[in-house]
Design a protein around this ligand. Structure first.
Ligand code: FRU
Length: 489
C-alpha cells in the first residue's frame, strides 16, 4: 500500500472504532505475532522511549504509528511493569496536537523530579515546503497517572550551524544542574551531540557541541543515552552512516557505546573506541534505565529504520528486545539476559548428543518459543551447529567454524527475506572449540547471547508457520551438542 500524507499524518484521536477493530482483526491473523516480546497491538513500533523506574514501577514508552506498518505520525505508547516481564498496557501516552509536533512526537527520555516524571521528546514538524522543523518539548506525568503536555517547546530550534536533524533528548542530573544531550547534525552533514544546561528542567541554555575523539563519525547521531557503570561513563548512541568494517557495522544503521570519562562542565566526553552493541540483523535505538538494585538494564528496538518487514502486509511491524543487564569486562561491554526471565520457564527438556559427519533432525525437541541453552563442543569436527525453524526449504543456522575461526548466524534461508541487500550472514571472530549460546526464540525472532554476554545477535525471522524442526550437524569429525530447552508460557 502506498500512503498519502493525509493517511500518514493522523493522530489516533481521529480514528473511528471500526477502523481500529479492522486493524486488530487483521493483526490477529498474522503468523508472526510474538509470544513474549513487546509488540504493538497494531501499527508500527520503533524506538523504546522514556525507560525509567518511577513510583514503584518500570515505565516504558515506545514510538508508535497506529494505522499501519509505516513511519507516519509518531505517538508515545505506554507500558508499565513491576518485574520487566509482565507489562501492563497503559495505552497511548502522547498524541500530537500542537503545530510544532504536527508530524510526530519523536523519541526522548524521562527524568524523575520530586513526585513527577518529566517526559522529554522531540516535536517534529514539516513546513509547507516540507522542510523539517525540530524542537525539544516537555510533558509531565503525575503520580495519579495524568499527563500534561507543555503547549510550547522548551527548545525552539537548533543553534546556528546545525540542521533540523535535531532530536532525541537525553536528560540527566549531575551536581546541582540538569543537562540535556540532543542528537544533531552539523551543516557539513556530520553527526554530533549538543549539550544544554538547566536549573529547573524548563529553561534551557545551549552550552556547546559535545567534544569527543570522534569528530567525523557518520552523518547523524540519534538516540543518545548516558549513564555510569562500574566507575566509567558510558555514552550510548545510534550513529548513522558508518561504513562496514570487518564484521562490524553490517546493517543499514548501527548502535553502540563509547566508554570513557564525561566532563559535563567542559563539555568533553573522552572516549575509547565505539563498540557495536549487537551483531545481529535487527537492532537499533536502545535505551537503558537503572533498576532499584543498581543494575543497568537495556532494551532496544528489534528493527531498523528504512527497512520493510514481511509483517507490514498484516498491518503491524516490529518489536522490542528482551531486557538485558549491562556490565563492563576488560573494557568491553557485556550484555546478559535479565535473570527475571527465569520466571517464564515452564517445562524443561535436556538432550546431550554426539554427532559425527552428519545432520540430524531432533524428534522430541521443536522450535517453540522459549529459552535454549546450547553448548557446542567441536571435538574433532571443524564445523558444527544447530538450525532452528527448519522446514522443507527453511532454516536459521547458528554455526561454529573452527577452521575459519568464526561463529555466525545465517538467515539466508530463514523464510521471507528482509534487507537482503545488506547480506544474510552475521559473524564474529571466534577461535575456540567450545561455545555456549543462550538463545531466546519467539515466533519471529531470535536473540543469541554468546558465552554469557560477550556478544549478542538480535534478529527477526519470518518462516512458514510449519517450519518447526530443530536440526544439528557436524562436519569433518565429531562434535558434542548439549541443548537445554525451557518453553515459555
Ligand atoms: C530513530 C528515530 C529517532 C526519531 C524516531 C522517530 O529510529 O529516527 O531519531 O526520534 O526514530 O520515530
Amino acid at each position: 500500500m502506498s500512503w498519502t500524507n493525509e493517511q500518514r499524518y493522523r493522530p489516533i484521536t481521529d480514528a473511528k472504532d471500526e477502523e481500529l477493530a479492522q486493524l486488530e482483526a487483521k493483526v490477529a491473523k498474522s503468523t508472526w505475532r510474538q509470544k513474549y516480546h513487546i509488540q504493538p497491538n497494531y501499527g508500527l513500533l520503533n524506538d523504546p522511549n522514556g525507560f525509567c523506574y518511577y513510583h514503584g514501577k518500570y515505565h516504558l514508552f515506545y514510538q508508535w504509528f497506529p494505522f499501519g506498518a509505516v513511519h507516519g505520525m509518531k505517538h508515545w505508547y505506554h507500558l508499565t511493569s513491576t518485574d520487566l516481564i509482565e507489562w501492563k498496557d497503559e495505552g497511548v501516552a502522547l498524541i500530537p496536537e500542537y503545530r510544532h509536533e504536527s508530524h510526530g512526537i519523536f523519541s526522548g527520555t524521562t527524568l524523575v523530579k520530586e513526585d513527577q516524571l518529566y517526559l522529554f521528546y522531540t516535536g517534529n514538524h514539516r513546513n509547507s515546503a516540507w522542510e523539517r522543523r525540530s524542537s525539544q518539548c516537555l510533558a509531565v506525568l503525575s503520580s495519579d497517572g495524568t499527563i500534561e503536555k507543555m503547549p510550547e517547546p522548551i527548545i525552539n530550534e537548533p543553534p546556528k550551524k546545525y540542521t533540523h536533524n535535531f532530536r532525541d533528548p537525553k536528560v540527566f542530573k549531575k551536581g546541582d544542574h540538569y543537562y540535556m544531550l540532543v542528537g544533531a547534525q552539523r551543516e557539513a552533514l556530520e553527526g554530533c551531540l549538543l549539550l544544554y544546561m538547566s536549573d529547573d528542567l524548563k529553561k534551557w541554555e545551549f552550552k556547546q557541541e559535545l567534544k569527543t575523539n570522534h569528530e567525523s563519525f557518520g552523518f547523524m547521531w540519534e538516540c543518545p543515552d548516558y549513564f555510569s557503570l562500574q566507575g566509567k561513563d558510558v555514552l550510548l548512541l545510534s550513529p548513522q552512516g558508518l561504513k562496514p568494517q570487518g564484521n562490524d557495522f553490517q546493517n543499514i544503521y548501527h548502535s553502540g557505546v563509547f566508554i570513557g570519562e564525561f566532563n559535563e562542565e567542559k563539555g568533553v566526553f573522552d572516549t575509547q573506541d565505539f563498540q557495536e552493541l549487537d551483531k545481529g540483523f535487527d537492532f537499533y535505538a536502545p535505551q537503558t534505565t537503572q533498576a532499584p538494585d543498581g543494575r543497568q538494564i537495556l532494551i532496544g528496538w528489534m528493527g531498523l529504520p528504512d527497512t520493510t518487514y514481511p509483517s507490514d502486509g498484516d498491518s503491524w511491524a516490529n518489536c522490542l528486545t528482551i531486557p538485558r543487564e549491562l556490565s563492563i569486562k576488560n573494557g568491553k561491554i557485556q550484555q546478559k539476559p535479565i535473570r527475571e526471565l527465569k520466571q517464564k520457564r515452564t517445562s524443561e527438556n535436556h538432550q546431550h548428543l554426539e554427532i559425527a559427519n552428519d545432520r540430524q533432525r531432533l524428534t522430541t525437541l521443536f522450535s517453540e518459543p522459549g529459552e535454549y541453552q546450547i553448548t557446542i563442543n567441536l571435538e574433532t569436527a571443524t564445523r558444527a551447529g544447530i538450525a532452528f525453524r527448519v522446514g522443507e526449504e527453511e532454516e536459521t543456522i547458528c554455526l561454529l567454524d573452527k577452521a575459519a575461526e568464526y561463529f555466525c548466524l545465517d538467515r539466508t534461508h530463514s523464510g521471507q527475506p528482509v534487507a537482503t541487500d545488506y547480506g544474510t550472514v552475521r559473524k564474529i571472530a571466534y577461535n575456540q572449540s567450545v561455545i555456549h549460546l543462550t538463545v531466546f526464540l519467539d515466533q519471529s525472532s531470535l536473540e543469541i547471547f554468546v558465552n554469557d554476554g560477550e556478544a549478542v545477535f538480535s534478529s527477526r525471522i519470518f518462516p512458514e508457520k510449519d517450519s518447526r524442526f530443530i536440526e544439528i550437524f557436524a562436519e569433518n569429525g565429531v562434535a558434542q551438542i548439549e541443548i537445554k530447552q525451557w518453553l515459555y508460557e
